[in-house]
Design a protein around this ligand. Structure first.
Ligand code: C5P
Length: 405
């Protein structure tokens, strides 16, 4: 008997990114999925059902009360047949509707009727994405078990910069694969516990001022998301960043290096950790003479700050006798002699693996969306991960780590 193909119901909602959903159809088909496209009224202002149908090799559904579809209860059948439902692009409006369980068209109705995993790829103007209403709706959808991928930052169609671009179709495909495999197959990190540090630390000068750095936390958050996708239980110890918690990840927020070390130790004491990944840009120094009250401007002139060294979290944990993760991975941001400096850091800190990247200004890696990594292990192997988005690099790195003996 022939095996029934895995069916992805792809809901396309009305945004300029709708045309990129066509590429997603092509990729899903190439992977062997049956794709059943559903276009909202908004989507039909951007692309035609005919182009979606041509690529899918199937009828593209549009109307809830289409006579022919509804005699067979089209929305219920579509909902039942789906092994996964993907909404790409997902507009702010559609997410708001879904968060509240409204069902006034085919797309929103089948979303309520399905028990399949749901993945949404938001695409909208960056200000709409950061609006408290959208934040609220996104949090509600996550709480309801919906997986969210993206949006990515970069220039969006309206010319503004910021988070709002739909995730790359190839990345959406990867997530669909994980979603579907997550139900039926073992994932590479199933049963593993992963601990990640991310972001900068803030070292107080007084109750209102801090010493900080420009780390965005993106690499650490991308790793947390990727580790979770690959089946791991993830604890993310995060310094102050402007990123939202990845779905299904246990995020523990801290401010200072000392708090970060404490949170890491706490996580290690709770249960053994298989992989510890230290991406945080921990401040090297803290203010020794931090003031308990706000320092006032006055005739005595500016205050003199006395600094003292912070603990090196990576080195402390890598060299700990008890509770050390089985695999300790550090990061090395270098501007010159990348490999040589990284090898030296690997030894000095006692890590098993150092992941080096070139953060000299010309690369645009620091604070940017893309990265290129050189993975150096204690046993001498070196693997280069070519330039790609931080999310894709995170997945590639975790694949490497999951195969590490
Ligand atoms: O020495 P350097 O800061 O370049 O080392 C970078 C690596 O060490 C990163 O993995 C970083 O997270 C970790 N680190 C740390 N605690 C510090 C300083 C760095 O965990 N105080």
């Amino acid at each position: 008997m022939q095996k029934k193909p895995t069916t992805v119901v792809l809901i396309i909602t009305g945004g300029i990114a709708a045309y990129r959903a066509l590429e997603l159809i092509r990729l899903l088909r190439k992977e062997g999925f049956r794709v059943r496209p559903v276009l909202t009224k908004g989507a039909r202002a951007f692309i035609t059902p005919l182009s979606a149908a041509a690529l899918a090799g199937e009828k593209a559904h549009a109307e809830l009360f289409s006579l022919t579809d509804e005699t067979e209860m089209g929305h219920i059948r579509l909902a039942r047949e789906a092994d996964a439902v993907v909404v790409a692009p997902a507009t702010a409006d559609f997410m708001a509707k879904a968060a509240h369980g409204l069902a006034d068209d085919l797309a929103s109705t089948l979303l309520l009727a399905t028990t399949a995993p749901v993945l949404m790829a938001p695409a909208m103007n960056p200000r709409m994405w950061t609006h408290p209403a959208t934040r609220r709706n996104t949090a509600q959808l996550r709480a309801d078990g919906v997986e969210i991928i993206g949006p990515e930052s970069g220039e969006v169609a309206c010319g503004e910069e910021g988070e709002g671009r739909m995730a790359e179709p190839a990345e959406i495909l990867a997530r669909v694969l994980a979603l579907i495999q997550g139900r039926s197959a073992e994932l590479p990190l199933s049963g593993k516990r992963v601990l990640i540090t991310a972001g900068p630390t803030h070292e107080p000068i007084d109750p209102v001022r801090v010493l900080a750095n420009r780390s965005s936390g993106r690499m650490g958050y991308a790793l947390a998301e990727a580790a979770r996708e690959k089946g791991a239980e993830v604890v993310l110890v995060s310094g102050p960043v402007a990123l939202s918690a990845p779905a299904g990840v246990d995020v523990r927020r801290v401010e200072t290096a000392e708090e970060m070390l404490r949170a890491v130790r706490q996580a290690l004491a709770e249960a053994p950790v298989d992989i510890g990944i230290f991406t945080a840009a921990v401040a090297d120094w803290r203010v020794k003479n931090a003031s308990a009250s706000k320092i006032k401007k006055g005739p005595e002139g500016p205050p003199v700050l006395e600094l003292e060294e912070n603990p090196d979290i990576l080195a402390t944990i890598a060299q700990a006798r008890a509770g050390r993760p089985k695999l300790v991975v550090g990061f090395a941001a270098e501007t010159e002699n990348i490999a040589r400096n990284a090898r030296a850091k690997l030894k000095r800190k006692g890590a098993d693996i150092i992941v080096a990247n070139d953060v000299s200004e010309k690369t645009g890696i620091l604070g940017g969306d893309e990265t290129e990594l050189l993975v150096i292990s204690r046993t001498g192997e070196e693997t280069r991960l070519p330039r790609q988005s931080k999310r894709a690099a995170a997945r590639a790195l975790l694949d490497l780590l999951s195969r590490h003996p």
